[in-house]
Design a protein around this ligand. Structure first.
Ligand SMILES: *[C@@H]1O[C@H](CO)[C@@H](O)[C@H](O)[C@H]1NC(C)=O
Ligand SMILES: *[C@@H]1O[C@H](CO)[C@@H](O)[C@H](O)[C@H]1NC(C)=O
Ligand SMILES: *[C@@H]1O[C@H](CO)[C@@H](O)[C@H](O)[C@H]1NC(C)=O
Length: 444
């Protein structure tokens, strides 16, 4: 905790001295959905179960988790944002992730005759600069375990970082800063001259490399910590960001955006709000409080304590754009499963390779009648997404309840991006609240 409060002061300090005032503008970045290399369902399951087990081994403040591509059939995956980094600008695609703080890109030290594969080439940029290990900014990132003490009299002692995700994936390299550019709301190109980011020379683990990374070149950390993209740019544009994750079932899919700054997504659309809770053990995450769960408007008997964050920081529910499926704590998961099982009269489809506990054979139904799940949140607002946000087509004629269990008191619940689809979400860090609305997705 001390680490974070010190860090925030440092960050605010260097942002104050480096940024011009552009407070009236906001950033509008198109969000792309990509799923070009869907893993077979069995692979998706193992990834998700690995992720769940990783949730049980939380270490320090950086046990964030990352994009796991779920079954191809879910049609969902990661949401990517395009970023121009360096001088002259190099275009990169980053996974938009509210579940982590560090923004990083895959880096290559290549100078000449570089392969065209998409990575950032710092040697092709005149504005790239790694932080010195003695720089106050270097204290904002976790360092490799085998870390040489900083020798501040030496000129080339770069700031090394090592950032781990909860599934064991790791990115490491130089914590650096660069010029970045975006199209602002007014259509002008806005330069941001001091984006702190990780230049990742060594990235391993299935969620930051390989097919499940979906051709992304890095991660845009949108978490709550001081080094996140949204926190860094918040100084200039306001500590609010919003997005709408495209509804993949619509054809053609609407264009949706990540907005950084005070402008409200969807303009005049009214948002419902719930409080963003703080877990001092996990300052990265956006926690919300679930109070009750309803199925077809019937309240389930789940003790509110099931959803609480305990004194060790376990439990609670986070909103994460970088995780596909929704993970719910036991025993809530079992109770929901049992209720859905009771209400749906369709024949069950038992196929363990699909990776879900409850699947139905819907081949006889044109429009199967599926139960409606809703969550009553802290403050009284109700999140009632449509069934397609939690029933996915796992195979031909088979729909599965797209939820996964999390062991109580050792993990936490996650509202994944499938559950968020088709909604506008507004993360308002100043007022500590999360806004959401069913409308306004395609009209920022
Ligand atoms: C720090 O670097 C200087 C210059 O390279 C060197 O003389 C000095 O011995 C180094 N100090 C330590 C503690 O390694
Ligand atoms: C800004 O918009 C122009 C035209 O729409 C586009 O060509 C360019 O790539 C965009 N730049 C960024 C940084 O998104
Ligand atoms: C679903 O039920 C139909 C009969 O109504 C059957 O022909 C089909 O094989 C079943 N599909 C699965 C995946 O079990």
């Amino acid at each position: 905790m001390a680490f974070i409060s010190i860090s925030s002061c440092l960050l605010i300090f260097f942002l104050l001295i480096t940024l011009p005032d552009l407070s009236s503008a906001y950033l509008k970045l198109p969000l792309l959905r990509k799923n070009p290399y869907p893993p077979p369902p069995s692979e998706a399951i193992s990834a998700d179960s690995r992720r769940v087990s990783a949730l049980h081994q939380r270490h320090g403040h950086f046990h964030t988790k990352l994009p796991i591509t779920s079954a191809a059939s879910s049609g969902s995956g990661q949401y990517l944002v395009s970023l121009h980094l360096g001088t002259p600008p190099q275009r990169l695609l980053l996974v938009a992730d509210t579940g982590s703080d560090l923004t990083w890109v895959t880096c290559s030290a290549c100078r000449r005759h570089c392969p065209s594969r998409a990575t950032f080439f710092p040697r092709h940029s005149t504005t790239f600069s790694p932080y010195h290990c003695f720089d106050s900014s270097c204290k904002l990132v976790p360092h490799p375990k085998k870390h040489f003490p900083c020798n501040h009299t030496r000129l080339h002692s770069t700031c090394r970082y090592e950032y781990s995700y909860s599934d064991g994936s790791v990115t490491s390299g130089f914590f650096s800063h660069e010029t970045t550019a975006f199209n602002s709301s007014s259509g002008k190109l806005v330069q941001f001259q001091h984006l702190s980011f990780g230049c990742g020379f060594k990235n391993s683990g299935r969620s930051v490399s390989g097919p499940s990374f979906n051709g992304a070149n890095g991660v845009m950390g949108l978490g709550r910590g001081p080094i996140s993209f949204s926190s860094q740019l918040g100084r200039q544009f306001g500590h609010t960001f919003s997005y709408c994750l495209m509804d993949y079932t619509l054809s053609p899919p609407p264009t949706s955006y990540l907005l950084i700054g005070g402008a409200q997504y969807g303009g005049a659309h009214k948002l419902s709000y719930t409080t963003l809770l703080i877990n001092p053990f996990s300052p990265t995450f956006y926690y919300i409080g679930i109070e009750n769960v309803f199925i077809n408007n019937v309240k389930l008997h789940i003790s509110p304590s099931v959803w609480a964050i305990d004194e060790l920081g376990n439990g609670g529910t986070v909103v994460d754009s970088g995780t596909t499926l929704t993970f719910l704590t036991e025993p809530a998961y079992r109770i929901i499963l049992a209720m859905v099982d009771r209400l749906v009269k369709l024949p069950k489809s038992v196929d363990p390779t699909l990776g879900f506990d409850l699947c139905f054979n819907v081949s006889s139904e044109l429009t199967p009648n599926l139960p409606r799940l809703s969550f009553k949140l802290r403050g009284g607002s109700v999140y009632a997404p449509p069934p397609r946000n939690y029933f996915i087509d796992a195979a031909d004629g088979v729909k599965c309840l797209a939820l996964q269990p999390v062991a109580p008191s050792s993990g936490f619940s996650v509202i994944g991006n499938l559950m968020q689809q088709g909604y506008t979400f507004e993360f308002d860090k100043d007022r500590k609240r999360l806004g959401f609305s069913r409308s306004g997705c395609s009209v920022p």
